[in-house]
Design a binder for this molecule. Sequence first.
Ligand SMILES: *Cc1c(COP(=O)(O)O)cnc(C)c1O
Length: 477
Amino acid sequence: MDKIEDLEKFSRLLEPNSEQRKYLFENVIAYSEKFLERNKNSKCYIKNDLNDENIFLIDEQPVDIKNILEILNNHVDNDGINLTSGKYLGYIPGGGLYHAALGDYLAAVTNKFAGISFVSPGAVKIENSLIKWMSREIGYPENSAGNLTSGGSISSLSAVVAARDDRIIENNKIKQAVVYLTDHTHHCIEKALHIAGLSSCIKRRIPVDEKYRMSTNELRKTVRNDLENSLIPWLVVGTAGTTNTGSVDPLTEIHQIASEFEIWFHVDGAYGGLYSLTSEGKEILKGLEYSDSVVLDPHKTLFLPYGTGTVILRNRAKLYKAFNADADYIENTFDNETEISPSDLSPELSKHFRGLRLWLSLKINGISAFRAALSEKIYLARYFFNKLNSVNGFEMGPFPDLSISTYRYIPKNGDADSFNMKLMKEIQNEGKIFISSTRLAGKVVLRAAIQSFRTHRDEIDEAIEVLEYYAKRLETN
Ligand SMILES: *Cc1c(COP(=O)(O)O)cnc(C)c1O
């Protein structure tokens, strides 16, 4: 009994009282306020080598929250790329809506179990209603089903596994099964194939047109050829907004070919799919609604913090078949269920109640604010394209399908590839804006990915000024 009493004294430290909670909370809020208030003027990139391994060591003794926040301030929140800046235009910008942070706070305090309907019916209903809402927005049928995942990569894995099981791609069939991609398909598809045990299936890289969209003539030819050679055309991946250039594959035509030859049609809309919320996007994304499965990333296109992805299958039974499981120790939880449980549609059992961060953000702001922000990004990309196009020396890539624009500077002398790499590095290191590069048809090309809810016209004007200034400076030096 003495032992228990002793232990209890210590273990009770894990439950702060009201006053202690207030102290913790006020310090954390003050810290996040400071972070947000200076964010507009923070550099987009700070190089800060972490050479002291001991900074993050944990020990047996408690530490005051003020000291802990100091560590975050000095070694975590002010180095590397500032992904919360509106002037961050690299890769695919993420979000970080404040409302989502409040949702996470509540989800953690109440610790609702979003995996099984019997355990937390309300939490599961929130998740399922968000899936229903997204399904409606992209034009999927009522009986589709999906899952809120940690991101696009896990969503893609879920879709690939469901497609594999539906077409029974196993044993000897794996080596004959053909997947159709382009050079612009995100590498998470190959990762998913590998994890799903399908590394040895055949991958066909279908050529793209001048706007980097899959050539459907080539797709049809390749499928016919594969059939003549007794192979099994199994999966075609269309990208609704490639990471490279933001271009959208011709989804309607891909669907026609896929249905003619009974190929599973998957759409990777991790970056671009949720542009369906806008009338401009809907037009460009036509055909998305015919796919068998789709991936959408609210942590990109709905500005949520990282850790919010979505997979949706047109036919709910196919997702259920791939992931439902039963066990003696959770048997009774499946009784009397009216709502489909996320754990039956996903590799996860216990999971973060990530629906709340999305639901709260949508409820507080209303969907219309998101539609406006996304339309704004499309028009900003067009504005960026037209404005940089009129600056001497810049050569633009194709007119943007969504919110990514590609370009490069052509110097009067010397190699354009190394010039543009240097230009990018200088801009990154100075930190006023952040841009990244890619290679298209072997050439170095710079990108502006306009995807943050904090990016508006001022930020784009500044980006143009920075690009012009540094290009001229580099050229005259
Ligand atoms: C970002 C992205 C992915 C990967 O998604 P994560 O959420 O980073 O795992 C997949 N496909 C496309 C087109 C993307 O832009």
